[in-house]
Write a protein that binds this ligand. Structure first.
Ligand code: RET
Length: 288
């Protein structure tokens, strides 16, 4: 009886390829030194960044400046979790690409954990930037919801295995949300930052953010998940390098400025009241 079941299972396993176990995925990451290094380099840097940022923020007293500090500190904290998930194989899958894809029918290593954790890290970056710019709640809500939608639809693009066209359709939807993020960053917040006397540092961080964030959809399109021009390890290093600038360098510049200019931040109007932002007209009550 047991032999019959075992024989049936063996036949079934030949017909339907079994999914890779987490250990097998972990081992295949270990075998690819370049890929593995792209994860561990970021784990090390995130660890250093956490210690440094805790130290840099130790004397910040104003609640608004503290909120910027907490949001900024969350970025390397999420990052260390994100890269640990990737290095362990937990948030990586081998997905069979649909027909039309350059690697159609092949199992392609997909680092879906990246897109998942961006849904938490990128809103923290934007929250910190928005508070620096003196945003109102409406703009903050708009940019953060668009940003989360961008990450989730990017995740969908990477995970869709049924249709090549639909992978790109998800990508297009994600880009549309990205445009909303860029609009607030490039058009709305610079005006607010001017009024809040934070224009100089805001504009520097805005340029850093916009330039580096553009790199992510480019690497997606060129990498194994898109046109497959770049291989998996190079794509992963692409994201890892972008992360170093977009997270740690960004956060360092922001925290250094906030620690030295706490009084400027303390003077800003409250973000968390609707209709009381700098452009709403002084004293005009909200009409809802
Ligand atoms: C994807 C693919 C679909 C189209 C677009 C994308 C944009 C991703 C961006 C990611 C930024 C990540 C950061 C992470 C820091 O922790 C999802 C790659 C537009 C802009 C800054």
């Amino acid at each position: 009886m047991i032999e019959t079941i075992a024989a049936e299972m063996a036949t079934y396993a030949q017909l339907v390829p079994l999914e890779m176990t987490q250990t097998e995925i972990y081992e295949s990451v270990q075998d690819d030194t370049l890929l593995n290094a792209s994860f561990w380099a970021n784990i090390a840097l995130a660890g250093i960044a956490i210690l440094l940022f805790v130290y840099m923020g130790r004397n910040v007293k104003d609640p608004r400046a503290q909120l910027i500090w907490v949001a900024t500190l969350m970025v390397p904290l999420v990052s260390i979790a994100s890269y640990t998930g990737l290095a362990s194989g937990l948030t990586i899958s081998f997905l069979e690409m649909p027909s039309g894809h350059a690697l159609a029918g092949e199992e392609v290593l997909t680092m879906w954990g990246r897109y998942l954790t961006w849904t938490l890290s990128t809103p923290m970056i934007l929250l910190a930037l928005g508070l620096l710019a003196g945003t109102n709640l409406t703009k903050l809500f708009t940019i953060i919801t668009a940003d989360i939608a961008m990450c989730v639809t990017g995740l969908a693009a990477a995970m869709t295995t049924s249709s090549y066209a639909i992978r790109w359709f998800w990508y297009f939807i994600s880009c549309t949300f990205f445009i909303v993020v860029l609009y607030v960053l490039l058009v709305e917040w610079p005006k607010d930052a001017e009024a809040a006397n934070t224009a100089e540092i805001f504009n520097l961080l805005k340029i850093l953010t916009v330039v580096l964030w553009f790199g992510y959809p480019i690497f997606w399109a060129l990498g194994a998940e898109g046109l497959a021009i770049l291989d998996v390890a190079i794509t992963s290093w692409g994201y890892s390098f972008l992360d170093i600038g977009a997270k740690y360098v960004f956060a360092f510049l922001l925290l250094r400025w906030v620690a030295a200019n706490e009084a400027v931040i303390a003077k800003q109007p409250s973000t968390f009241t609707i209709g009381a932002g700098p452009e709403s007209g002084a004293g005009t009550p909200a009409d809802d």
